[in-house]
Design a protein around this ligand. Structure first.
Ligand code: TXA
Ligand code: MG
Length: 333
């Protein structure tokens, strides 16, 4: 593994942020594309570099609750309890935005997502910079999220982006996004921290907003209400190569095809050339950590089609993996 960026490199990165530049940084989930959250032009540059729709809000990374309050106009008790329980960690909390924050950060919306990432390089960057840093995942909009510095460099090879090195991301999928401002707290993007853990930390029930527009429990959202998180609707996290999910009992039928395919599977499988296998770990957390690297590898393999064997969906982590796989793939006809 490449050594993590040194403190002097991190200081240079902080200078770069101060002068309105862009710095990609490692976190425990995925790499982020960072800029000064309070600098309108720098925020604009990140939207442009990513090719991100302007109505899709950005997460603001902070060193802890105190910095979070600088970009928030209120800091509800639920936010404080969740921050205490899970920060630094893979949890983004939606709170009312402060007017000090450029409106573009929240896509014009009233709420801002704040998160304190659990990675020594980026915590050091936040302390050196002494201010909030926006950080969407460091990939071009709609493509696979990066879990190594090399993934980031590949995507922004032609752009003026400094990339901090922090090794492969441990968690591997993006943070849980939780809205503490509606009547009942609700998860808008599933991640490694599940509704049960959130609920235990705040001592109240927590709903899970189902990906395609229905709420699974509770009644805080009715059909026809504005979708609370624009980024949650799109096809996303997707390789450029067409990717399909298949059920285990379709294995024989699929491999009968003579067109070369690359298969991502968590089971012990064998294929004949020209097919190829990318073997995934059978445990949920390990699978999540390996997921985006596998998608990147499959995408680069040259095979015209990627097949992904459907993993289990039970439990928080598998559910978060299933969410990402649904967005990365097209259903088998
Ligand atoms: O783990 C992560 O969250 C990573 C690392 C770099 O921290 N960041 C990340 O950012 O995944 P991004 O921009 O790729 O995804 C942020 C998601 C989007 O789906 C966006 O729509 C949602 O969070 N989001 C951000 N701010 C929001 C807001 N104010 N209201 C509703 N949804 C928001
Ligand atoms: Mg993203």
């Amino acid at each position: 593994m490449t050594a993590p960026s040194s403190i002097s490199t991190i200081q240079l990165a902080a200078d770069r942020l101060r002068s309105g530049g862009v710095v990609a940084f490692p976190t425990e989930t995925v790499y982020g594309l960072g800029a000064d959250a309070l600098n309108t032009d720098a925020v604009d540059l990140v939207f442009t570099l990513k090719g991100r729709p302007r109505n899709n809000p950005l997460i603001v990374h902070v060193s802890g609750p105190e910095m979070a309050r600088r970009v928030a106009s209120a800091w509800p008790k639920r936010a404080e309890m969740l921050a205490r329980a899970f920060w630094p960690g893979p949890l983004s909390i939606l709170v009312p935005r402060s007017l000090a924050l450029p409106a573009s950060v929240t896509g014009g919306g009233e709420l801002v997502a704040v998160r304190c990432p659990n990675h020594p390089v980026t915590l050091a960057l936040l302390f050196e910079f002494r201010g909030p840093i926006i950080g969407p995942s460091a990939n071009k909009s709609g493509m696979i999220s990066p879990t190594t510095a090399a993934h980031v460099r590949e995507s922004f090879i032609d752009d003026d982006v400094m990339v901090l090195e922090g090794g492969a991301c441990e968690a591997g999928i993006e943070s849980t996004v939780v809205d503490v401002m509606s009547t009942r707290t609700r998860v808008l993007r599933p991640g490694l921290i599940g509704a049960d853990e959130l609920s235990a930390a705040i001592g109240e029930p927590v709903d899970v907003y189902a990906p395609m527009g229905n709420i699974r429990t509770g009644d805080s959202l009715r059909p026809g209400d504005a979708f609370p998180s624009p980024g949650m609707l799109e096809r996303h996290y997707a390789p450029a190569t067409p990717a399909f999910m298949f059920a285990s009992n379709d294995w024989e039928r699929l491999l009968a095809t003579s067109d070369p395919v690359v298969v991502i599977t968590h089971r012990l499988r064998r294929v004949e050339a020209p097919h190829r296998i990318i073997a995934m770990p059978p445990e949920a957390a390990d699978y999540a950590a390996a997921l985006y690297a596998a998608l990147h590898e499959a995408d680069r393999s040259g095979a015209p089609v990627i097949l992904i064997e459907q993993p289990p969906e039970d439990g928080t982590v598998w559910a978060a993996v299933a969410d990402r796989l649904r967005r990365a793939t097209t259903r088998m006809p």
